[in-house]
Design a protein around this ligand. Structure first.
Ligand SMILES: [Zn+2]
Length: 407
């Protein structure tokens, strides 16, 4: 709760005020309203009644009682109508409660004040952008954050808000440009994020049928981040669509090298090759190599599918057994086993398999999880929808079954 409050206070721009003055509050945050020198705002005529309400408001906030907090802050501004931080606090409270109209009106009342300090005005415009975003008015939010960015092009917080909106609008090129700006201002490795934007740009080009452009974006993504799995997958798809099967396979193979845990994404694609490629030897060689170096349940199932396609059902069943040894709850492998047994009319073995399934029925497990925030999506996603980080979602149980791969 403390952390939420702190973020909230920071959002309200009153954290600094609270620290700067020194009145202790319940949780050890020093609080006070002795005005702020920052930004040239000076509070005239400190009205003790309004201050009392402000303090009460903060205390209600600390106990998560937003209704009473709003009540007290409203009293506070009635007594002391020139106190900007109370307005900011009220606006943020309304926003957090989803009362976007009220939040917006409060920002506007700050922005329209005559002789307002430019920094405070920009801060209010930033908050207005966040209100718009919360209300789902993406285009208005975009315009608003762009205005703040024009005023202060090196404000990383604003750039990140812009980047998120571009992502939501699927304007990947703008998202890329914005991340480049962030990368110049903030330390850290931004390459994997930049690579994702390039891949997404390439996917759009591919959907529009511009394969040359798509290819150049996938290649640029790989040169930006050698570990970008999605780029190899889609570049491989592109070669495959062009019937350049060898190139497709060698590109998908890269996934097995750089991220063995995601090789199953390449296997799915290989299965599409069975009906279209005349010579399947490269696929077989690839899968056999994988099963030597990377012996997981997915690999054995992929090899089983290959062998079955080559009419080697015994070999296929043997691979399925290896997969099930590693992961008894790998339902996709069980289904495939059932299909083979049914096809061959092996009823007694079907019955034994059925008995085995029953003993494993209680096994259930989630498949993917974000290493940063713990979120468990139903399918693999490159970007965590909860904490908004890229490339943090991995397999929760190695060798577990997988339903779908990301687009
Ligand atoms: Zn997460």
């Amino acid at each position: 709760m403390l952390e939420t409050l702190w973020q909230w206070l920071e959002g309200a721009g009153i954290a600094q005020v609270l620290i700067a003055s020194g009145v202790g509050l319940a949780v050890g945050i020093a609080a006070g309203r002795l005005g702020r020198s920052e930004g040239g705002v000076r509070k005239k005529g400190v009205a003790s009644k309004g201050d009392k309400s402000f303090f009460k408001g903060i205390q209600y906030l600390l106990s998560d009682d937003h209704d009473h907090a709003i009540e007290e802050f409203t009293k506070s501004v009635q007594v002391n109508s020139d106190t900007i931080e109370t307005y900011v606090a009220l606006g943020n409270l309304y926003r957090s409660r989803g009362d976007i109209d009220r939040a917006i009106r409060i920002r506007q009342s700050i922005i329209l004040r005559p002789n307002i300090d430019q920094g405070i005005k920009m801060r209010a415009i930033f908050d207005l952008g966040k209100d718009y975003r919360k209300g789902g008015f993406l285009n208005r939010a975009l315009k608003t954050f762009l205005e703040v960015a024009r005023y202060d092009p090196s404000d990383v917080r604003t750039l990140k808000e812009l980047e998120r909106i571009y992502e939501e609008l699927k304007d990947w090129e703008k998202a890329y440009e914005t991340r480049q700006k962030v990368a110049r201002l903030e330390k850290g490795d931004h390459r994997h994020i930049l690579a994702h934007y390039l891949v997404e740009t390439g996917k759009v080009a591919a959907e529009e049928g511009d394969m040359g452009r798509a290819k150049s974006f996938y290649s640029k993504a790989i040169s930006t981040d050698k570990g970008c799995v999605d780029a190899y997958l889609h570049l491989g798809d592109l070669y495959f669509a062009r019937q350049e099967y060898k190139k497709a396979i060698s590109t998908w193979k890269k996934v097995a090298e750089i991220a063995p845990q995601f090789t199953f994404l390449a296997y799915r694609r290989l299965e599409g090759a069975y009906s279209r490629m005349k010579d399947l030897a490269p696929v077989g060689n690839f899968l056999k190599e994988c099963s030597r170096s990377n012996s997981d349940a997915f690999t054995h199932l992929a090899l089983a599918r290959y062998l079955n396609n080559e009419s080697d059902s015994e070999g296929a069943l043997a691979e399925i057994e290896k997969a099930l040894e590693l992961d008894p709850s790998f339902w996709e492998a069980r289904r495939f086993k059932g299909e083979i047994l049914l096809d061959q009319g092996r009823e007694r073995e079907m019955l034994a398999e059925y008995r085995d399934i029953i003993t494993h029925l209680n096994v259930s497990h989630m498949r993917f999880q974000c290493t940063q925030c713990g979120f468990e999506p139903a399918e693999l996603m490159w970007k965590c929808p909860q904490c908004n980080r890229w490339d943090t979602i991995g397999l929760k149980d190695v060798g577990g079954p997988v339903a779908e791969h990301p687009a």
